[in-house]
Design a protein around this ligand. Structure first.
Ligand SMILES: C[S@@+](CC[C@H](N)C(=O)[O-])C[C@H]1O[C@@H](n2cnc3c(N)ncnc32)[C@H](O)[C@@H]1O
Length: 310
């Protein structure tokens, strides 16, 4: 990686080798107000906001890598660029795991995906539970500014916002953010957008999701030829993808997909011979959040290995 590329990636927070929830004052190395933008797209608002308010820290969250990369290129030459940090991750997971209670001053979200089809409403951000989660991460008196082009989404959010600890003000606004999606809607002839401004007046307690301590299991026998894993589909799903076995090293690597709430992770479990027994544990050298689902996946491999040898 060239020096230039390294500099480009500097604002990107490495999700897995940082202690969670993140101490953002330590990450930015200064104690000033903290703002967050959800779904920053190609980073236009993020760049402008930090240029206009260099005395504040800002964290941007975006789940699409191509857009995140464009935003990184946009911010790399800004003078206050060290006051921007980027999270390439789903916003639910970010707020659940990476932000502590009462740590954020302002949250912005411009033109979130409206998911207009009825069957897709479950994918929308700003549901009742999401608003409670945001509330819990905001300081008392903290604010959210949400702007949408889609009136049914605006109405839906207002309905979801009841009893989430916010007072809510709405207004119709003219275009003023000059982001890619705002220009797109203007290009389509839209002249008015819908703003919802939330102010936190009552705290909602939604605790951070903490990392699980992952168990290491020991079994007497393991036979890769008879090993069978039945997919598990409850509130957590653990799906078997593949198993590799190295005869020489006497080691199996089991590839699983672990799906829980807003998080889907590819996860490898190792089954390794040691003297007269086998050790079942997370495989080393992979990036993942040690969740309840991951702990369950290791336990399921242990149980399957036991049954397969009975
Ligand atoms: C319609 S675009 C708007 C982008 C930008 N704010 C603008 O105005 O041009 C919505 C953005 O939110 C991002 N997004 C949607 N759901 C997300 C989630 N759950 N977590 C993180 N980003 C999300 C999408 O990837 C997309 O870039």
């Amino acid at each position: 990686m060239s020096v230039e590329e390294k500099h480009l990636l500097d604002p990107l927070v490495s999700l897995f080798d940082i202690s969670r929830p993140v101490d953002w004052k330590e990450v930015f190395n200064r104690d000033v107000p903290l703002d967050v933008e959800i779904g920053f797209g190609i980073g236009e608002f993020l760049a402008r906001r930090t240029t206009d308010f260099p005395e504040r820290n800002i964290v941007g969250i975006e789940q699409i890598w191509e857009r995140t990369y464009k935003a990184l290129k946009k911010i790399k030459d800004l003078s206050p660029y060290r006051f921007i940090k980027i999270l390439h991750i789903d916003a639910w997971v970010a707020f659940e795991r990476l932000f502590d209670l009462k740590t954020i001053d302002k949250i912005f979200c411009l033109y979130p995906c409206p998911w207009p089809k009825k069957g897709h409403i479950k994918h929308r951000l700003f549901s009742h539970d999401f608003l409670k989660l945001l509330n819990s991460r905001l300081k008392n008196g903290g604010e959210i500014t949400l702007v949408t082009d889609f009136y049914p989404f605006f109405e839906w959010v207002l309905n979801e916002s009841l009893e989430t600890g916010f007072t809510v003000k709405t207004k119709k606004i003219s275009p003023q953010y000059d982001t890619k999606f705002e220009r797109k809607w203007i290009g389509g002839g839209q002249e008015q957008f819908f703003e919802i401004y939330f102010k936190k007046v009552e705290h909602q307690n939604v605790n951070s999701k903490r990392d699980e301590d992952l168990r290491v299991y020991k079994i007497k026998n393991f036979d890769s030829k008879t090993f069978q894993f039945s997919d598990y589909k409850e509130d957590i799903a653990v799906i078997f993808k593949d198993m590799l076995f190295d005869d020489e090293q006497e080691r199996a690597m089991i590839h699983l997909i672990v799906s829980e709430e807003h998080l889907v992770q590819h996860f490898w479990v190792s089954v390794k011979k040691e003297k007269d027994h086998w050790i079942i544990a997370k495989a080393e050298g992979q990036n993942f959040f040690p969740t309840t689902g991951v702990a369950k996946a290791i336990e399921l491999v242990f149980e399957s290995a036991q049954h397969s040898c009975e």
